[in-house]
Design a protein around this ligand. Structure first.
Ligand code: DGT
Ligand code: CA
Ligand code: CA
Ligand code: ZN
Length: 578
């Protein structure tokens, strides 16, 4: 079956093959972006086609729509077949080797006939690569190391943002204290708060007088976290950490900071759009500066605001920089007023010692007060989730009494709702009967078990929960776990439509292992009028601090404060409940 997944993979391969062939970068990117958008699209491409709506997918114009129709009709893509006849598709695996770009892949293929990773490794071991232009014995040795590293980590391994973020903070703290360092920043996908990270990009700005780039580079390469130094240069170095994460560091004078930060924050697709706007103004743009093409004059930007202002644009927050319409919105003065953490007054999903949480109701309440929350909802697991010590109806009622007492004790400093995180069982039934649900302030339904069931079965389970009038919210709807578990096979469009129709809230689970709903589903949910929640699902008071990951995911889906029920005060949430 030509699922979105299969179509996206074919387009991604076409992009890579075109790049190896040396095609126009715009053409390459149009296929690559189409692949990303199709992969993440909530609606099945086959259904969109039937409705004549293929071009409603971002990045799909008539040309690509025709290609999709061809794939759906014939099960293959003639353009891909022709490329594959011209360029061996085994070259695609070579692109996974760190530091091996399409130009080099083309070169080793054309000059040495190397088509596979094994052949490349054999050639490197035999010393056959060192004499190629711009190679050398050292580069050859590094390439061999990178081939072996690839075999160890496996292709395309991305780490969850939650693992990368603290590492970034640690390294920047170590470098930020050095003499002559004016500013440090994370860049790349980490600064854009993407859910998974290919490699970490770090930047350091130096004082023109006192800055010492070589000292910063030495300190970076000597970090205790560095398992390996992949490159050690005067302004650019790369280390690899024990967990396989590559970390790039670049050092530049503070006067270039704005263009540097913008360039390395990306995304690449966003950057290309910025450069096109610059070109229309007779400017070129790279990481160092704008250059007036006619006069050669440079415009240095010390801040990103200056970069965008030079292009006649308002500042575009990094979370939006994916070329998903943010440039057009900025040009029209219609960037969304993104939700901020300071807008949040409630957390509606958390656990206590009643099930598998580490703290009591009162301890969670105190921790929530300390974080400025006005109301929280205690949602321990339900009876069938035995491994999490789920609550029987009897224990649920005992808990209600404890929460009443806790509310009295908190004396208005915070309000505690009594809820549940109820299992949607493998057979599709719900874990508590309706009359028990009716006693609760807030009912979450969740999928934790048998996530591998076929789509129709998963959909039936989830839709039944959404349709139940007592269910207020669905937690982490797909059940994905980053980086290893993809989540249930759901027709997200139908899920979102049902949630909109029944006014069921969908959660953005802030835990960085989940970030579920993901950004693109958030965006579509908002288009359909679905209400969202951002919850930490804290099992420990420290996990309240995971909230920024949820906020960023909401922002990446263009959410404003009004879209998110956690910004609503107590009374509004009480009344707004279906
Ligand atoms: P990742 O590492 O796969 O999670 O994603 P990024 O976005 O961090 O990508 P990375 O590390 O390859 O590059 C960091 C940024 O540097 C990227 O977002 C934009 C910029 N950049 C890298 N390569 C290119 C390029 O070939 N052209 C342009 N315009 N920008 C690039
Ligand atoms: Ca990166
Ligand atoms: Ca990088
Ligand atoms: Zn939970």
């Amino acid at each position: 079956m030509m699922t979105n997944h299969v179509i996206a993979q074919l387009f991604a391969d076409v992009a890579d093959l075109l790049e190896i062939r040396g095609d126009n970068i715009h053409r390459v990117l149009s296929y690559r972006k189409a692949a990303e958008n199709i992969f993440a699209h909530t609606q099945e491409v086959a259904l969109l086609r039937a409705a004549g709506q293929l071009t409603s997918i971002p990045g799909i114009g008539q040309t690509l729509a025709d290609k999709i129709e061809e794939m759906l009709d014939t099960g293959k893509l003639d353009f891909y077949e022709r490329l594959a006849a011209e360029i061996p598709v085994t070259l695609l695996e070579l692109l996974q080797v760190e530091g091996l770009g399409p130009k080099r892949v083309k070169q080793v293929y054309e000059t040495l006939g190397i088509k596979t990773l094994d052949e490349l490794e054999t050639a490197a071991k035999a010393g056959q690569l060192r004499d190629l232009p711009k190679m050398g014995a050292k580069s050859e040795e590094k390439l061999l190391k990178n081939i072996q590293a690839l075999r160890l980590r496996g292709a395309d391994k991305r780490l969850p943002l939650g693992e990368v973020y603290p590492i970034a903070q640690q390294i920047l703290a170590a470098l930020g204290g050095m003499a002559g360092v004016v500013q440090t920043a994370v860049a790349g996908s980490t600064r854009r708060w993407r859910d998974t990270i290919g490699d970490l990009d770090l930047l350091v700005a130096l004082d023109a007088e006192t800055g010492d780039a070589a000292a910063v580079m030495d300190a970076f390469c000597a970090l205790p976290q560095a398992a390996e130094v992949a490159a050690h240069g005067p302004t650019k170095s790369r280390i690899v950490l024990g967990n396989g994460l590559g970390v790039d560091l670049r050092v530049l004078p503070a006067a270039n900071w704005g263009t540097l930060l913008a360039y390395f924050t990306g995304s690449q697709a966003h950057n290309i759009r910025l450069r096109e706007i610059a070109q229309k103004q007779g400017l070129s743009l790279n990481e160092y500066a704008f250059t007036n093409v006619a006069t050669g004059d440079k415009i240095l930007c010390a801040t990103e605001e200056e970069v965008y202002a030079t292009l006649g644009l308002p500042f575009i927050p990094p979370v939006l920089r994916e070329d998903r319409g943010e440039i057009e919105a900025a040009q029209a003065g219609q960037l969304p007023q993104l939700i901020q953490q300071s807008d949040i007054v409630a957390d509606l999903h958390m656990h206590t010692t009643w099930s598998d949480g580490k703290q009591t109701v009162l301890e969670m309440a105190e921790a929530a007060v300390a974080r400025g929350l006005q109301h929280i909802c205690i949602t321990d697991h339900s009876v069938s989730l035995g491994i999490a010590n789920g609550l029987s109806v009897e224990r649920l009622r005992q808990q209600a009494a404890e929460i009443r007492a806790a509310n009295e004790q908190m004396a208005g400093r915070i309000h505690i709702w009594h809820g549940t995180e109820m299992e949607i069982k493998a057979d599709g039934s719900l874990d508590y009967p309706d009359e028990v649900l009716a006693e609760l302030d807030f009912v979450i339904a969740s999928l934790h078990v048998s996530l591998g069931q076929p789509r129709e079965q998963m959909m039936a389970r989830l839709l039944k929960a959404i349709e139940n009038p007592h269910v207020d919210m669905i937690a982490h709807p797909t059940g994905r776990l980053l980086p290893e578990r993809e989540g249930a096979d759901l027709d997200m469009e139908r899920v979102l439509e049902a949630a909109a129709r029944t006014q069921t809230i969908l959660e953005i689970n802030a835990n960085p292992r989940r970030l579920d709903l993901r950004d693109i589903h958030v965006r579509r949910a908002l288009e359909l009028g679905v209400k969202l929640a951002i919850n930490t699902d804290a099992h420990h008071v420290d996990q309240f601090d995971l909230l920024p990951f949820g906020i960023a995911t909401a922002q990446r889906g263009w959410a404003t404060a009004e879209n998110v029920v956690n910004t609503w005060p107590l009374e509004k949430l009480r009344e707004g409940r279906p």
